[in-house]
Design a protein around this ligand. Structure first.
Ligand code: SF4
Length: 428
């Protein structure tokens, strides 16, 4: 394994995401280039990222925390340390200071690791770049999402507790195989499956929100019912708030070649099926859906309903946000997700939900106030159906539209992949 310290020129992803229904993040960063965990399906191997020897040459961005500070300041954020030294602020009563703080751009959630490298991979033990990034986020009071396959995250449990107190943190473990023997081949240098569940349990015991990302589930190797059910049961035992199931993409080139080499060696019985499912050489790595053994999201959805754990991540209220706005946002994103991924409905069906989600994510007045003053429609420029949905959520906390949708999700075993929706149900 070769380690090299490098100077990064930039850190935060350029594009700001809005209304991400998977993790609720707006920006992401990578403290390392390359990843020692060596997962055989890793997207980072793809030529697109221009990282040669992705699994054996780890570049450590030693200046990442300084770059992050600079970039956050450029975006208009202020660190707590600076805030405390601002003369005006130090004389203000707490409430006034809080009001002023609300005017500052505080809403982005940063995906700290799990972009195209794991921030808690073995090099982090010595170099502590991710730890310093978390310290920076504590200083800037900025929410974060962590996605990892390593229990090294427990080293920073106190820091995560602090970050969760001053902002918010969502700790997510990627866990795709219940059987640790298979995991050893597929994700060779990551923490074992039991270690990841134990770490999640510890974090949840400390009051840190979090769950499981059961993605990518490798077709045939992980798509059996026992694996999906086993993961959901363990997640529930670890008090995960959710478990998100998803399939695998495999881009042509280095990623696919390496994956198939390992499969041919360790799982020759699945090699032909896997080769056929990804024979289309799709540039985004999408498989030929009809050739897959199962729709893992549908199976996951049904297993989660039976076991009693959410298959959607929880949308928490961010500091200084309006609780009801986040509640509505969470429901809209769930509607969009189920329509797109489990029902295969055309985009125009979910588009109005998505557009409203984006508005809420960017920040609007308290929906409760807008409703009481009868200003929902004119302020948000939305249809009567969406006004009714918001009114119902603000009044009762639940949404009939979502309940009806869930009742119509097809049974995976029926082989029915799509449900038509009458055109008069397409809302404007
Ligand atoms: S942990 Fe993530 S980044 Fe690292 S090798 Fe595995 S899939 Fe790639």
């Amino acid at each position: 394994m070769k380690y090299e310290c490098v100077k990064a020129k930039s850190l935060l992803s350029k594009k700001e995401l809005t209304a991400d229904s998977w993790f609720h993040i707006n920006r992401s960063l990578n403290a390392y280039r390359g990843c020692e965990h060596g997962c055989i399906y890793c997207d980072g191997m793809n030529e697109y990222y221009h990282v040669d020897n992705f699994m054996s040459h780890i570049r450590i961005k030693e200046n990442a925390p300084e770059i992050l500070k600079k970039e956050l300041k450029k975006l208009g954020f202020t660190s707590q340390r600076e805030l405390e030294t601002e003369t005006l602020w130090s004389f203000l009563p707490d409430d006034d200071a809080k009001r002023l703080a609300m005017k500052r751009p505080r809403r982005i959630v940063i995906g700290v690791c799990g972009g195209v490298s794991d921030g808690f991979q073995p090099a982090e033990r010595e170099h502590k770049i991710t730890q310093q990034i978390l310290e920076t986020l504590v200083d800037f009071r900025l929410p974060a999402m962590i996605l990892t396959k390593s229990d090294l995250v427990l080293r920073d449990i106190e820091l995560l507790k602090e970050l969760n107190e001053v902002a918010f943190v969502n700790a997510v473990f990627t866990i795709t195989l219940h059987d640790d023997e298979k995991r050893r081949i597929i994700e060779p240098r990551a923490s074992s499956t039991p270690e990841r569940f134990t770490a999640l349990k510890e974090l949840r015991k400390s009051g840190i929100p979090g769950g499981v990302m059961a993605t990518p589930i490798v077709p045939w190797i992980g798509t059996d019912y026992e694996n999906i059910e086993g993961l959901a049961r363990e997640a529930k035992k670890a008090k995960a708030e959710f478990i998100l199931f998803g399939g695998m993409t495999l881009k042509p080139g280095r990623q696919k070649e390496y994956f198939m080499r390992v499969i041919n060696h360790h799982f020759p019985e699945h090699a032909d099926n896997l080769a056929a499912a990804y024979a289309n050489e799709n540039r985004y790595g999408q498989p030929i859906w009809q050739k897959l053994p199962t729709n893992v999201m549908l199976t996951g959805h049904q297993v989660c309903s039976t076991i009693g754990i959410s298959d959607r991540s929880v949308r928490h209220t961010l500091p200084y946000g309006h609780e009801i706005n986040y509640k509505v946002l969470g429901i809209l994103l769930d509607i969009e997700f189920y329509q797109n991924y489990l029902m295969g409905l055309p985009w125009k069906v979910s588009e109005p939900f998505h557009e409203l989600s984006v508005k809420l994510e960017r920040g609007v007045e308290d929906l409760q106030v807008l409703r009481e003053e009868g200003r929902l429609k004119e302020t948000l420029l939305i249809s009567n159906t969406l006004v009714e949905i918001i009114e119902q959520i603000t009044e009762t906390g639940s949404c009939e539209y979502l309940k009806n949708l869930l009742a119509r999700i097809p049974d995976e075993s029926s082989g029915e992949q799509k449900l038509g929706i009458p055109s008069d149900e397409v809302i404007e």
